[in-house]
Design a protein around this ligand. Structure first.
Ligand SMILES: [Zn+2]
Length: 168
């Protein structure tokens, strides 16, 4: 029994709910099902697919969440991919890189930190990407909040049908 992703009426991801909570929201008419799991449950007279993605009918106001700045969340934002060579690594082989080097006043903030593998980090040294002729794969930005950033959820393991709602 897998949990479901709950979206606000505006389609922004709100949280992850248990399958029981998902069914309750559906039965009460508080949420519509956008995507279902293959697994079915049997109620008294009927059988229906468990919800995988639900959207609330009425919009709820939520305070704007910010993604906590941490090494792991930087790796998550960059999908564990070195932003210089583009290769994918696991955590221990990765490091932070200051795009504008610290020695030149570069800050440790979302927009100046990218995921880098150790060799690329050493090669870039205290130069800018332009000086090192190592163009970035993408421009670092503060990520939007997503339901995994604050918990211990496995960011790489979420169901495929959640992705369109998480990464827009
Ligand atoms: Zn690299």
């Amino acid at each position: 029994m897998k949990p479901a992703l709950l979206l606000n009426a505006s389609y922004e991801p709100l949280t992850i709910v248990s399958w029981k909570k998902a069914i309750t929201l559906m039965w009460l008419g508080k949420a519509e099902v956008l995507s279902s799991q293959e697994r079915h449950v049997h109620a008294a007279t009927e059988s229906f697919a468990l919800p995988s993605v639900l959207r609330l009918i009425g919009r709820v106001r939520v305070p704007r969440h910010r993604v906590h700045f941490s090494r792991l969340n930087v790796y998550r934002r960059d999908a564990f991919r070195c932003q210089y060579c583009g290769d994918k690594f696991t955590g221990p082989d990765l490091t932070f890189d200051h795009v504008l080097p610290r020695s030149r006043g570069g800050e440790t903030i979302w927009t100046n930190i990218v995921t880098s593998c150790q060799p690329c980090n050493r090669r870039k040294c205290s130069r800018t990407p332009a000086e090192a002729r190592m163009p970035l794969l993408s421009h670092p930005q503060e990520p939007r909040w997503w339901p995994f950033s604050s918990g211990s959820g496995q960011v790489d393991n979420h169901p495929d049908d959640w992705k369109p709602y998480l990464w827009t």
